[in-house]
Design a protein around this ligand. Structure first.
Ligand SMILES: Cc1cc2nc3c(=O)[nH]c(=O)nc-3n(C[C@H](O)[C@H](O)[C@H](O)COP(=O)(O)OP(=O)(O)OC[C@H]3O[C@@H](n4cnc5c(N)ncnc54)[C@H](O)[C@@H]3O)c2cc1C
Length: 366
């Protein structure tokens, strides 16, 4: 069996893993990154929106598609509210590939078609299939960036993350759009539906908590037909995707000995919006920096990484988890037909911070 050796093994090369690989490689560390996908960033499982502070990661043409100026939230009564909410629509495959390329240029050895099989933290060894060959990898540190169903977490015996399922079509956009459209409705319990523009195309998708037993395909087909009838989008479906989104908040610990969790694998995705690209990049960079500092002699670097992430993301994630719990009591009841309930459960409205339900949310958090 072939043996590879590195200081840092990065498992999963989405935005979190590629960012971590780049920062470690820039510091001169010997980095191996593996991803089971045949090509970095493909297939795309994303609605492809990033918030404006991430714009510096999407400067170039193939990555940046268009600007977003706001968000339109469609409420059960038919009322529509516009919120100033700036960001960018990106080509997610190009985005992931650009991050991976930049890690490679910094000296990281990244492998696609490379599947983690097992990991022994005491022996600091992993087994992976790389290009159909079983390979043993000796490491000192691991960045677990392997997404919502983290195999690293499974190997460590850590609990699985609570997730919501999604389904998305790419369709033609028949009228110009420079905002993100969001539908809040009892048709999408535990989630919402979206239409995000990408030039003359758009991503039309939805997320639903599977425990409500709603057929995602039927719900998406229904919305698709409605928007086709309104003349907003075309009938043809150019691409289909979907995937899991973690909605249970941050893992209890982001560090297990020499293994650091980042991005979706760490549970950093927002449990209400499902947004996780920014948190994956930020946590990937911070985890890598913590490894560099640890090697330089800062014994507390990993604890500091955990604390920093908890400080930065903890309050927002906790509020969102509590909101989800509160909403669970509303879905499929008369309350879910009311605009005020949907307003209280969605980040665009001030009621999200201070709303009917907020008191109960606070109580549940105590
Ligand atoms: C339909 C959908 C729409 C979304 N839309 C948005 C959006 O518009 N904006 C936003 O900010 N977020 C969005 N998200 C969330 C966002 O995609 C994630 O938060 C983000 O990808 C997290 O990055 P990551 O690097 O942590 O993990 P990922 O991007 O999930 O990368 C994990 C990588 O690990 C690899 N992997 C897994 N297991 C193994 C293994 N055993 N061996 C080797 N490799 C492995 C996978 O192949 C994958 O490439 C969406 C998610 C979905 C499903």
């Amino acid at each position: 069996m072939q043996t590879l050796r590195c200081e840092v093994l990065v498992v999963g090369l989405g935005p979190g893993g590629s960012s971590a690989s780049r920062v470690c490689a820039e510091a001169g560390l010997n980095v191996i990154g593996i991803d089971k996908k045949k090509s970095f960033g493909f297939p795309v499982q994303c609605a492809e929106f990033i918030p404006l502070p991430m714009a510096s990661y999407a400067r170039d043409e193939p990555v940046r598609i268009q600007r977003i100026t706001g968000m339109k939230s469609f409420l059960p009564s038919g009322e529509v509210e516009f919120t100033d909410f700036r960001g960018l629509m990106i080509d997610r495959q190009e985005f992931d590939q650009a991050l991976a390329q930049s890690a490679i240029q910094s000296g990281a050895r990244l492998y696609s078609s490379a599947h983690l099989l097992s990991l022994r933290r005491d022996a600091k060894r992993a087994e992976a299939i790389i290009d159909r060959e079983v390979v043993e990898i000796h490491f000192q540190y691991v960045v677990a960036a392997d997404g919502p169903h983290s195999h690293v977490a499974h190997q460590l015996g850590l609990p699985s993350l609570k997730t919501v399922n999604t389904r998305q079509y790419t369709v033609d956009l028949l009228e110009p759009l420079d905002d993100t459209d969001i539908w809040l409705s009892d048709e999408f319990p535990g989630g919402y539906a979206w239409l995000f523009p990408k030039g003359d195309r758009a991503n039309l998708g939805l997320g639903i908590d599977k425990r409500w037993g709603v057929d995602l395909k039927a719900a998406l087909d229904n919305l698709h037909e409605k928007l086709v009838a309104q003349g907003r989008i075309g009938k043809s479906i150019h691409a289909r995707t979907g995937g899991a989104i973690p909605v249970g908040g941050m893992r209890e610990k982001l560090v297990c000995d020499e293994i650091l969790f980042v991005g979706d694998a760490a549970g950093l995705t927002h449990p209400i919006t499902g947004a996780g690209i920014a948190a994956a990049v930020v946590s990937g960079e911070h985890a890598a920096q913590a490894i560099v500092e640890k090697i330089e002699g800062n014994e507390d670097a990993f604890e500091e990484y955990d604390e920093e992430m908890r400080e930065q993301y903890g309050p927002g994630l906790e509020r969102a988890v509590a909101k989800r719990l509160w909403l669970e009591g509303q879905w499929h009841t008369q309350a879910a037909q009311q605009d005020e309930i949907m307003r209280a459960g969605w980040i665009a409205f001030h009621e999200y911070q201070n709303a009917p339900g907020a008191k109960r949310v606070k109580e549940m958090m105590l």
